[in-house]
Write a protein that binds this ligand. Sequence first.
Ligand code: FAD
Length: 463
Amino acid sequence: MKKIVVIGGGITGLSAVYTLQKYAAQAEQEMELTLIEAGQELGGKIRTVKDGEFIMETGADSIVARKSNVAPLLEELGLNTEVVYNATGRSFIYTEEGLKKIPEESLFGIPLSLESLATSELVSAEGKVEALKDFYTPNETFTEQDSLGSFLEYFLGAELVRKQIEPVVSGVYSGELDDLTIASTFPYLLQYKNEYGSLMKGLGEHKQKFLSGGSKKFISFDTGMSELIGTMERKLEGVRLRKGTKVRRVRHGLEGYEITTSDDEKLYADYVVLAVPHQAAQAMLQHAALDKDFDRLSNRSLISIYAAFDVPDEQLPEDGTGFIVGKDSDLKCNACTWTSRKWAHTSANNRLLVRLFYKSSGAHYEELVRMDENQLLDVALDDVRRSLGITAKPVMHNVTKWMDSMPNYHLQHPQLVKSLERTMEEQFPKVLLAGCSYYGVGIPDCIADGERAAKRILEETSI
Ligand code: FAD
C-alpha cells in the first residue's frame, strides 16, 4: 500500500489530501494518507476568531466567486447553504483631499470605458487626456514577462496608473506594481491590447465578465471562513491527522522518504506533498541546489488590525465598503475595510467593525513592526479618526502580525519556480512543492494546486 504524507494543513494541503482520499476511494485503491500540521488547528492563513457579537478573519476574509473550481467544491462539501456574499458598495481611495470614489466601471482601477475614465474623481483632465494614448499606441515590445507597472504606464499614462490603478493593484498583490509581471497578475490585459489595440477597448468588450455577479463577487460563510476548513477536516475520515506536529527534515530513506518531526519521530512515505511556505520547505529539504532558488523567492509582511465601536455602522461617512490609501497621505494604514458594512454576518448587532491593513511595503512599517499591540491599536484608532471621523473608544480589537508570510511574485518568480521544479525532479522525485509560495496566492489557486499535486500522485500510482 502506497504511503503518502502531506505536510502543511492550510487550504493547499487540505485540498491535496481531500482529493487523494476522494479518488482513492472511488477507485477502491488503498492508500495510507497522513496530514501533518505544525499548528494545533488546520487552516494556516485561513483563521476565524469570534469575540462576542463579532466574527473576524485574521487572515483571508473571502473567496473570489468567479473562479470556476470554487462552486463545485462547495457543493460537494455541502456548504452551499452556509455561503454568504459581500454587500455591494463603492470602494474609495483615500487621498490628500479625503475619500474619492473608484469609478464604477473599472477593473483594479483600470477604466472599462471612456465614460469611466472621463468621470474619474481621482485623475486630472491632463491625466485623462494622457490616458487616451491607449487607443492609438500599438503594442510593439511588451511580453508577459514584462513589468505590469511599465506596461500600464506606457499605454495609460503615469497619472492614471499611479493615482487610480497602483493603489488598487498593490492592495490585492503584496508587491509594488513595477515588480510584478504581467504573467503573474493579469495576462489577459496583454491579450486584449494585442487583439483590440487598446486596453480599455478590450476590457470594455469583456465588461460583462468583470462586472457580472453584482454583489456576489466574494464568498464567505455565515460562521466565518474557518467553516470551509472545519468541513473539509470532518470529511477526512480515512486520513491520519497529526496536528501540533512540526516536520524538521525530509530526506531519502532506504525506500522512499524519511520524515523527521521536531520530536525526532520518524515517518516513511512513498510520496510527500510539501504544502508549506517556501522557507519551511527549504528548511526541511536542506539542499544547496535548491537553496539558490529558494533564497530568491520573496515574501512580504502585513499587520491586520480589527477595531469594533459602539457606533451603528450607518454612521460611516459614505455608502461604501472601504478604502485604499493612495501615496502621500497622512494615514499610516494601506487600506481599511468597513467589515460590518461589507459582511453583515460579522457584526450581529450592526455595530461598526473595521479592519485596517499595514503592509511591509508601506512607508511607516519599520516603525510599526516594533510596536506592541496597544501601540498598534493607537495608530489604528488615529487612522480611523482621520479618515472616518470616528473618535469613540473601541469595544473590541484584534491585532494579527503576518510576518514574512505574504508571497510576493516578483519578476523572476516564474523562472525560479521552474528551476525549483527541475531540481526537485532530479534530487527529490516524488516530493512535490505546492501552495501559495509558488502557483498563486488566492484560495481558489491553492485549492487547484492541492488538487494538481494529488492528481499527479494518483496518475503515477495508476489509479
Ligand atoms: P498556508 O495557509 O500558509 O498553510 C501552510 C501550513 O503549513 C500552515 O498551517 C503551517 O502551520 C504549516 N506548516 C508550516 N511549517 C510546517 C512544518 N515544519 N511542519 C508542519 N506544518 C508546517 N486569499 C484569498 O483568496 N482571499 C483573501 O481574502 C485573502 N486574504 C488574505 C489576507 C491575509 C492577511 C493573508 C495572510 C492571506 C490572504 N489570502 C487571501 C491568501 C490566502 O489566504 C493564502 O494564500 C492561502 O490560504 C495559503 O494557503 P496554503 O495552504 O498554501 O498555505
